[in-house]
Write a protein that binds this ligand. Structure first.
Ligand code: GDP
Ligand code: MG
Length: 780
């Protein structure tokens, strides 16, 4: 029978894994291999995908993919007897201040060589947390597989001649997603002096799978066994010395979050890199396993390609493993001749016959069986971790069949309500009052000092009105990010991806796309960047093109401004309406894409579901501080400059004479060119056009520019109909320059240009419809 037919709570042993290519490799790399035992935990609320437990962790899988996996039901997965009591003495052993040489001698790299390290590990294993501890920087940490999307470097604290690179999280060295390729190429091409391999001890089997492949890279390496606080807290232990002996590299237990063991880790890392101590072991094949089929195959291939690998600058053992798995990229790099290729095929075929498994499955099986031995010998697993039990309890509600989606809507509703109506609004009020007071005081002081009228105008009407009005939105924006980061850090967003997958597939996306979209409510720039974790190009492109429809926080000032001026008391309703409108139009566009530009099925959805974790106060505080800082920087750079520029241009005419009425100004003349375009949608006022143009720089400046240009206040100069149209237009028109730049980075110039054009077109049409509807409803 197939995995699809398994019922929740039932267990099975996997017989064969169907499918083909990179995707199948990914299944195998995630531990879905013949012989593995798995338990179906549950189906998503909409019946698809399913949540499996395999190798001690939770994984999502779509029913369509589960159908390709053949299984035999079993009563219960065999629970391995707990290993012998693990010792904790003697650590550290291997690698401590030199395995191969006495202290002070040996053959170290010349003084002054920059020690570069790659930080490599599975997604969500704590890399960024460790990176922050090592370097003292403030990178964003999240409890979601795939938060780190581009690499970051920094020196280890107290060791200026070093550099650590935080690479994206990967599960294996197969080029499945662009992340995996980035990390693999970093190790192969940038040739770091050492690797710090971070391993989540609570999830050790799956994490060691990557370790096995890293060892083959033949680069000096230390294993940082992270999350030891959780491990020992639940009665588990790891015999570190035994593990070092089996892996042939130093193993250091740490807790990145609690800052334990970091110093020791640094000492070991510096040491192995300085003395270039390579892994003692790379050979994990067993000559007695199934007649040594894989063992012989691997060694034969190693001999066959040795000279080619040397020429191509690839680690031999790594190249051999990848060749056996059928890695095309490596095959090309090695430049084997026809004869050798044929020989390779024969060797592999012979192995497949003897082993009774295909090439990829055989390799995965070989690695997992060695990991099995390591874990049996060195790891005493906790019976069941508190964290896991708690996660399951929470999941019963948050991903329950009838509760998941209503709760999701309720949670998002609560977040928006708290942000706009309660916390954010209250803080904003306070700040606005403060700014007003300061403006009043400054105004009085300037008048008293008899300052020149133009400068007085610039400071009060330009800077205070303009930048001040934007600045007061800082609290709302920070509050919004606070909640988004709580959701992400706790592990909830991963669940959302799980139960929304089926719905998202209807519009041609996968559950994973939900993350960029939710981040998009904060800011489009990181949202676009976070799409790099999506394994398929098609999904990635589509997701990027859709994120601008998720209304970002920079547009909030615009909404709040018009709501308070024109629709007081309806704030919640209008804001929600705008957000929903953005999402709905996004869905329409997605459907359009799905049936035209991006035909075809979304790629499979294989994702790990991490345990819920209490977000750390430090991480959250850091994130908020960064967002606040970023916002302030924008307010006092782009927005300030735009405001001042606009103020000048509206104060002078082409002869640089101060104008009495700003409609004779330079700005009125320039913006006037575009006015006819906006006339049909009722926004044909040069001041509005100017504000929209400045919004292209930064959305917040729409408000500051309006404040500057409408000297008698916007409320008296506009009618609600115009306000409503303008709101819809601002919601949908082109993303700001920063967002466009990030889209361009991901998709290229052409797409970035398209985005600008069609977003403007969509906004125009939507504004026209809004206007028509409003007029029909008797507004205006
Ligand atoms: P990355 O995806 O590998 O960069 O992982 P992150 O650094 O973003 O961390 C993932 C999650 O694990 C976050 O919720 C962290 O707070 C948590 N975490 C990291 N290190 C530890 C640790 O040593 N102990 C515990 N209990 N949690 C940790
Ligand atoms: Mg990270």
């Amino acid at each position: 029978m197939t995995l699809r037919e398994l019922k929740p709570g039932e267990s099975a042993r996997i017989n064969t894994v169907g499918g083909e290519g990179a995707l199948r490799q990914h299944f195998l790399d995630m531990g879905v291999i013949p012989g593995a035992e798995t338990t179906l935990i549950k189906l998503a609320p909409l019946g698809d995908p399913m949540e499996l437990r395999i190798h001690g962790y939770e994984l999502t899988l779509r029913l369509a993919d589960a159908e390709k996996i053949d299984i035999t039901p079993i009563a219960e997965p065999a629970r391995k007897a707990p290993a012998k009591k693990a010792g904790t003495t003697d650590h550290p052993g291997l690698g401590e201040e030199g395995k191969f040489h006495p202290k002070g001698s040996g053959d170290p790299l010349p003084e002054g060589t920059r020690l570069t390290f790659a930080l490599v590990g599975n997604q969500n294993s704590g890399k960024t947390t460790l990176f922050n501890q090592l370097t003292g920087s403030n990178q964003h940490v999240g409890n979601f597989p795939g938060v780190t999307v581009d690499r970051k470097d920094g020196p280890i604290r107290g060791h200026t001649d070093t550099s650590v690179t935080d690479l994206p999280g990967i599960y294996s060295m197969s080029p499945y997603s662009s992340e995996e390729l980035v990390s693999r190429n970093f190790v192969l091409n940038d040739k770091p002096k050492g690797i710090i391999n971070i391993v989540d001890a609570t999830n050790i089997e799956r994490n060691l799978y990557l370790t096995m492949q890293l060892l083959e890279m033949n680069v000096p390496m230390v294993v940082a066994l992270n999350m030891m606080d959780e491990m020992t807290g639940n009665g588990g232990t790891v015999d570190v010395n035994a593990m070092e002996a089996m892996l042939g590299v130093p193993v250091v237990p740490i807790s990145a979050a609690k800052n334990q063991g970091i110093e020791e880790l640094v000492r070991h890392a510096l040491h192995v890199a300085k003395y270039q101590e390579r892994p003692l072991k790379q050979d994990f094949c067993d000559s007695s396993d199934h007649g040594g089929a894989i063992h012989r195959c691997l060694h034969a291939v190693v001999h066959l390609i040795e000279d080619h690998a040397l020429r191509a600058g690839l680690p031999v053992r790594f190249a051999a493993s990848k060749l056996i798995e059928g890695d095309e990229l490596i095959l090309k790099q090695l430049e084997l001749d026809e004869n050798e290729k044929e020989m390779l095929d024969h060797i592999v075929l012979q192995m497949e016959n003897e082993r009774g498994l295909d090439r990829s499955a055989a390799m995965a099986d070989m690695r997992f069986s060695y990991i099995g031995q390591v874990c049996d010998a060195c790891v005493k697993k906790p019976q069941e971790s508190k964290e896991h039990k708690r996660s399951q309890k929470i999941d019963r509600v948050l991903t329950g069949k009838y509760t998941a989606i209503p709760l999701f809507i309720a949670i998002m509703g609560l977040v928006f309500w708290l942000t706009f109506n309660v916390i954010g609004a209250w803080l904003q009020d306070l700040l606005a009052k403060g700014i007003e007071w300061l403006a009043g005081v400054t105004d009085a002081a300037l008048t008293a000092a008899g300052v020149n009228e133009a400068i007085h105008g610039l400071i009060i009407d330009g800077i205070f009105e303009g930048v001040g009005s934007v600045l007061s939105f800082l609290p709302i924006i920070v509050t919004m990010f606070f909640f988004l980061s709580l959701l992400e850090d706790s592990g909830y967003i991963a669940r959302v991806a799980f139960f929304m997958d089926k719905l998202l597939r209807k519009i041609g996306l996968s559950g994973r796309s939900i993350v960029p979209m939710l981040i998009g409510f904060g800011c489009t720039v990181p949202a676009v960047m976070s799409t790099r974790t999506l394994p398929s190009e098609r999904d990635r492109k589509m997701t990027i093109l859709l994120t601008p429809f998720m209304s970002c926080t920079a547009k909030l000032p615009i909404y709040a401004f018009f709501v308070s001026a024109f629709f007081p008391g309806h704030g919640g309703l209008i804001m929600t309406g705008l957000y929903v409108l953005g999402v709905l139009i996004g869905i329409l566009v997605a459907l359009l894409f799905k049936n035209t530009l991006f035909k075809g099925e979304a790629v499979p959805f294989v994702m790990e579901l991490p345990n819920y974790r209490m977000p750390s106060a430090r991480n959250v505080a850091q994130l908020l501080w960064q967002k606040a800082k970023g916002f302030l920087q924008r307010a006092f750079s782009i927005i300030l400059i735009a405001t001042i520029a606009v103020w000048f241009l509206q104060s002078f005419d082409f002869h640089f004479n101060l104008v009495a009425d700003s409609k004779d100004s330079i700005l009125a003349a320039v913006a006037g060119v575009l006015v006819p375009l906006f006339r049909p949608i009722g926004l044909g006022d040069w001041r509005i056009v100017t504000s929209l143009i400045s919004g292209f720089m930064a959305k917040e400046s729409v408000v500051s520019v309006l404040e500057v240009l409408f000297t008698d206040g916007v409320a008296s100069a506009m009618i609600p109909l115009t306000a409503a149209t303008l709101l819809v237009f601002s919601l949908l028109y082109t993303p700001c320059v920063a967002a466009i730049a990030s889209i361009r980075r991901e998709l290229g110039r052409k797409w970035a240009l398209y985005v600008v054009l069609w977003q403007c077109a969509i906004a125009w049409v939507a504004a026209l419809i809004t206007r028509a509807v409003c007029i029909l409803c008797g507004m205006g």
